[in-house]
Design a protein around this ligand. Structure first.
Ligand code: SAM
Length: 400
């Protein structure tokens, strides 16, 4: 499974040499409430929800291995060793706007080198490599053409992943270069690399902050949330550290009588305001800037915490959940959206992003039980866990 939830291997895959991962067959039917196993409450919803990945507990472990590997151990080492060549290749093509130029009809290495001020033969090698791994197709004689993968790298494509690729190819790539330092000392590699904690770095670097907010603005799991959880009875949904507001927009579009409050740091609010206005939801959203470690806006009945707790220590999560508990109406709901750590020996994007959170901010992903414990320590009763795409989950808890 790759980072975007695609199964590796097969035609057009960026990893044609990798065996196809076994596909889990079931979605979760049971979860735990106060330590006891109970059936998951699942609401019926219209239309197919492609709730990507079943709960880790229900995944079948590939025989004889904790992850899908090739037959040859040497080939495995090779594939692991050279993985970053593909990510840097995709990054450079994206940075040079190769997909945009191909789209405008420049398809040979000569035309593309002239358009991007690049060294022709080196660019040809990059294009040939990217064709070999399914990012492009064609050759220098017929011309290079876009595949569904490279179409997503264009600025103007719906659901463009350009910002994400640039962020991962620049700041995040440099930070990962100091993983050894991180593992030896516990200091987040990002902080060591840029001499600043990540969010302080973004507060000082407008262009990077804009790109980071862009990377946070979409995601297929955003669309899944209102399909698996009914927001129609919520008067006010408060999105804590809601970033660009993509998730809040999905909730409000699905639930026309609900109002929203987007809460985040000052430097994020302007771009959130812009994004929400573009989706014609500005009249239903209030914007509040602040620091969630102090307090959060009061008066909501549903509080969203999407991709927040994984960057905080347990103590700080309890503090933030208690801030939500204090601020919300009686009977209110908190919804935590995160990847979870699967039982040992199973594979999940949760394990990859666990490492990424460590590198960026010294954070970590948690198991479902860890979240249940955090809820209990903060005055909430865990209700259910709902699978979303890309190995994300919504963990729903009620104010006790
Ligand atoms: C990983 S992003 C998640 C954004 C959004 N919830 C989502 O899932 O796309 C984390 C967000 O937390 C915000 N943030 C970080 N520290 C904060 C703090 N102390 N108070 C308020 N917001 C904070 C950042 O500005 C950023 O928008």
């Amino acid at each position: 499974m790759d980072r975007f939830g695609q199964v590796r291997g097969g035609p057009g895959s960026a990893f044609p040499w990798t065996a196809t991962a076994p596909q889990p067959s079931k979605t979760p039917s049971r979860t735990r409430l106060n330590g006891k196993r109970v059936p998951v409450t699942r609401r019926k919803h219209a239309g197919a929800v492609r709730c990507g990945t079943p709960h880790p507990r229900n995944r079948r472990k590939p025989k004889g291995s904790s992850r899908t590997m090739n037959e040859s151990p040497a080939r495995n080492v090779f594939d692991l060793m050279i993985g970053y060549w593909a990510s840097q290749g995709v990054y450079v093509a994206t940075k040079l706007e190769i997909p945009e130029h191909i789209d405008s009809g420049k398809t040979t290495s000569q035309e593309l080198a002239a358009a991007t001020d690049s060294h022709q033969h080196s660019l040809f090698q990059l294009l040939r490599f990217l064709s070999g791994i399914g990012v492009l197709q064609g050759d220098d004689e017929q011309g290079f053409h876009l595949t569904p993968t490279s179409k997503l790298l264009k600025k103007d494509s719906a659901e463009s992943l350009r910002d994400l690729v640039l962020m991962y190819g620049e700041e995040f790539y440099r930070a990962w270069g100091n993983l050894l330092h991180n593992v030896r000392t516990g200091e987040p590699a990002f902080e060591f690399t840029f001499d600043s904690p990540m969010y302080a770095y973004f507060a000082e670097n407008q262009e990077s902050a804009r790109r980071f907010d862009g990377t946070m603005s979409g995601g297929s799991f955003f669309r899944d949330l209102p399909r698996v959880h009914d927001f129609s009875k919520s008067d006010t949904v408060v999105d804590i550290a809601g970033g660009a507001g993509g998730l809040l927009c999905e909730v409000l579009e699905a639930s026309p009588r609900t109002r929203g409050i987007l809460f985040d740091r000052g430097h994020v609010i302007d771009s959130a305001r812009e994004g929400i206005a573009k989706r014609k939801l500005a009249d239903r959203v209030s914007f509040v800037e602040g620091d969630y470690t102090d307090s959060v806006p009061s008066g909501g009945d549903t509080y969203l915490l999407s991709r927040i707790l994984h960057s905080r220590t347990d103590e700080s999560c309890v503090n933030l959940l208690k801030n939500c508990h204090r601020a919300m109406k009686p009977g209110g709901t908190v919804i935590v959206v995160e990847r979870t750590i699967p039982p040992s020996g199973t594979s999940s994007l949760g394990l990859w992003f666990d490492m990424h959170m460590m590198v960026l901010v010294g954070g970590a992903e948690r198991s479902e039980q860890d979240y249940i414990d955090l809820f209990e320590r903060s005055g909430f009763t865990f209700e259910e866990i709902l699978p979303l795409s890309l190995d994300m989950y919504a963990l729903v808890a009620k104010r006790t």
